[in-house]
Design a protein around this ligand. Structure first.
Ligand SMILES: N[C@@H](CCC(=O)N[C@@H](CS)C(=O)NCC(=O)O)C(=O)O
Length: 370
């Protein structure tokens, strides 16, 4: 039976992904190998190592829930590219499935995790000065730490902070890479007055942001973490930003888009003050918390200290997410699996600057909340 161009391409692609990843039984498969291996070099080494280790089977098992068919556009690209020179960017079965997984997975920013030296003192400051609610607390004595979760609404629908207190550690180094947590408030001056009245430390008085018009102010919490107060209209998500400094903005945007499935919501260059920011997230920033990546001209490295820990992102499958991150050249620092003592399944990714992102199984996370 004659096969359609799409299905013959599908067959060739499948046969190219044998356990070695290097078989070339026919001119067309060898051409496709060149296509597969002509992606960027970090993707190349990842893919080679995965397929050399014979994980092609589990990859396709993970990602191929139904036979993959190339769209007309993809078939055209493939046809055009097999006819001539080696192309720059052609989707493979596995990379396309990884891409689809990342795009269709149910991802939201769950919480941001960092360490504090005195849980009660921080809870008092956040509830009395910042208007947060204490959402839950847990003690994990076998691991010698406690957590407190605070925020502006229930954790199943709001971004929150997860404070970690390690028994006996009362001081942390914040480093220079962590920037701030952003809080949207309707009146920055009023908020700052309240914080001052409660004895809080204001590090930047209210006023228009340098090079812009929005009103901001900065305060420091008891451990020295900066909170930027941003004057905005009413929002369902007052805890609205985590700002991290990065050494190469495009490199980070690429990873956060491809591996984390975030959108680049906004990018702004401020040449007068020699920095560029990129706002990355899973939905519009007036309704969702976002990650603000800041690049300071010429600064490629920061000291990350030991206070700030990570952002947690919900996913429907930590195993597929870990594989998808690897396909995009991301670094999985902890293979997917359940956390000791809590049983929530997680996987950990380290971005090129060393910032940690933890993907948390959505269903396990909801069970934690029960
Ligand atoms: N050099 C700054 C660049 C980022 C920056 O300046 N961000 C703006 C907010 S988007 C800010 O903090 N401005 C301080 C001000 O206006 O006083 C840093 O690394 O924090």
């Amino acid at each position: 039976m004659p096969s359609s161009p799409a299905s013959s391409i599908q067959l060739s692609l499948s046969s190219s992904f044998d356990a070695t990843g290097l078989s070339s039984s026919s001119p067309s498969t060898s051409a496709i190998h060149r296509l597969s291996f002509s992606l960027s070099s970090h993707c190349l080494s990842r893919r080679l190592s995965l397929f050399h280790l014979g994980t092609a089977v589990s990859q396709s098992h993970l990602f191929r829930s139904k036979p993959y068919e190339l769209s007309r556009e993809e078939s055209n690209i493939l046809e055009a590219s097999t006819a001539g020179n080696v192309p720059q960017m052609v989707p493979t079965v596995a990379s396309e499935n990884a891409f689809n997984w990342t795009k269709n997975d149910k991802r939201t920013l769950l919480h941001v995790v960092y360490r504090v030296g005195d849980l009660d003192k921080t809870i008092k400051f956040y509830t009395e000065c910042l208007g947060m609610k204490l959402l839950r607390k847990r003690d994990v004595p076998e691991e010698r730490y406690s957590n407190a979760f605070l925020g502006y609404g229930p954790e199943d629908s709001h971004f929150s902070v997860e404070l970690t207190y390690n028994y006996g550690v009362d001081k942390y180094d914040i480093g220079t890479g962590f920037g701030h947590f952003g809080i949207a408030v309707d009146d920055v001056v009023k908020m700052v007055d309240l914080i001052k009245a409660k004895g809080g430390k204001v590090t930047r008085e209210p006023g228009p942001v340098k090079g812009g018009s929005s009103i901001i102010a900065c305060i420091e919490d008891p451990d020295g973490y900066t909170f930027e107060l941003l004057e905005r209209g009413p929002t369902p998500e007052p805890l609205c930003q985590v700002m991290l400094r990065v050494g190469d903005l495009d490199r980070s945007i690429n990873l956060y888009k491809k591996a984390f499935g975030m959108e680049l919501l906004r990018k702004r260059d401020n040449p007068d003050y020699k920095y560029t920011i990129a706002i990355m997230g899973y939905g519009p920033e007036d309704k969702n918390a976002v990650v603000e990546l800041t690049y300071n001209y010429g600064v490629t490295e920061y000291d990350k200290g030991n206070g700030y820990a990570q952002i947690a992102i919900g996913t429907d499958d930590v195993y597929k997410t870990a594989e998808a991150v690897k396909f995009c050249g991301g670094n999985i620092a902890r293979e997917p699996g359940p956390l000791p003592g809590i049983n929530t399944k997680i996987t950990v990714c380290l971005d090129p600057d060393g910032w940690k992102t933890v993907f948390v199984d959505n269903a396990d996370f909801l069970k934690e909340l029960e």
